[in-house]
Structures are given as C-alpha cells and as structure tokens.
Design a binder for this molecule. Structure first.
Ligand code: FE
Ligand code: FE
Ligand code: MG
Length: 165
C-alpha cells in the first residue's frame, strides 16, 4: 500500500473502504444472479436474453476486479469470504426460482436500479476527496445505467411481441 496515496484521501478512507467493500459484495451477488440466470432462463427471446445476461455477468465480474484493486490501493482488504457478500450487500440477491424470462429480467432490473443508487452515492462521496476512486465508480455507474437500459429494452420487446400476437 502506498502511504501517500492513502493519505491524500484523508480521514474518510475507512468509510470509503467500507463503501467499496459493500459494493464489492453487490457485484459478486449480481455476477452469480446473472450467471445462474443464463442457465435456467426460459421463454420468448431466450437466446437474446441469455447473451445479454452473460455479457452483464462478465461486466459485473470486471467491476469486482476494479473495486478490489482500488480497495487494496487504499490499504483495505477485499471481502475474504462469500458469507460476507450477503452480510455486506446493499442490493441483496434474488434467486431465479421462477425461470420465466420476464421474471428473471425484472429481478435483474431491480438489481441494476439498486446498483445505480449505490454508485450514485459513491460518485457523490468521492467527488471532492478521491479523484482516482471517483473515476472508477463513475465508469461503473455508466455501465449499470447501460445494464438497466439493455434489460428494459429486452423486457419491452418481449412485451410488444406478446401484445401483437
Ligand atoms: Fe456492476
Ligand atoms: Fe450491472
Ligand atoms: Mg449489455
């Protein structure tokens, strides 16, 4: 850990480490929710949906990577056990008990909306104290906004298809 790199963040560094770890917990749960979703999802536009869920899973994993690297730079430790994912998560986990495509999409849309709130808060928190983390959480926020939009577009297409039959 770079002492000066940590020092410039100042007194808020411990709070920031906690917020980043909570976001990390969300990312792992989001990753698995998407990933297992690709395995079980059924219904219209299954192939397009699976491709989108799989892409999002990969992107959530990328977010976990970014957060973990920054946590270490800040002198923190990324959560060491999956038990902490549930304990620390802001957004929780929705298991796809009902594999119907619209249900799975809705669950993931909810997750993205929660993620957008989480990163919006992290953007606000870091804006004036830590430009490096700011840039990271801003780029993740942009991804989560795109994720929500992608899923809502799919849900809309499925809805239109059903109405037009
Ligand atoms: Fe994410
Ligand atoms: Fe996402
Ligand atoms: Mg996408």
């Amino acid at each position: 850990m770079g002492t000066k790199g940590r020092e410039i963040v100042g007194k808020d560094v411990n709070k920031l480490v906690e917020m980043l770890n909570k976001a990390l917990a969300d990312e792992w749960l989001a990753y698995y929710q998407y990933w297992v979703g690709t395995k079980v999802v059924k219904g219209p536009m299954r192939e397009a949906t699976t491709a989108e869920l799989l892409q999002h899973a990969a992107e959530e994993l990328g977010h976990a990577e970014l957060l973990s690297n920054r946590l270490i730079q800040l002198g923190g430790t990324p959560l060491l056990t999956p038990e902490d994912w549930y304990k620390m998560s802001n957004c929780g986990y929705e298991s796809p008990e009902d594999p119907y495509v619209e249900v799975v999409l809705d669950q993931n849309i909810k997750g993205e909306q929660c993620a957008i709130d989480v990163y919006r808060k992290l953007v606000d928190f870091t804006k004036d104290i830590d430009p490096v983390t700011y840039e990271i959480v801003l780029s993740i926020l942009a991804d989560e906004i795109e994720h929500e939009e992608d899923l809502q577009a799919l849900a809309e297409d499925i809805h239109i298809m059903r109405e037009r039959r």
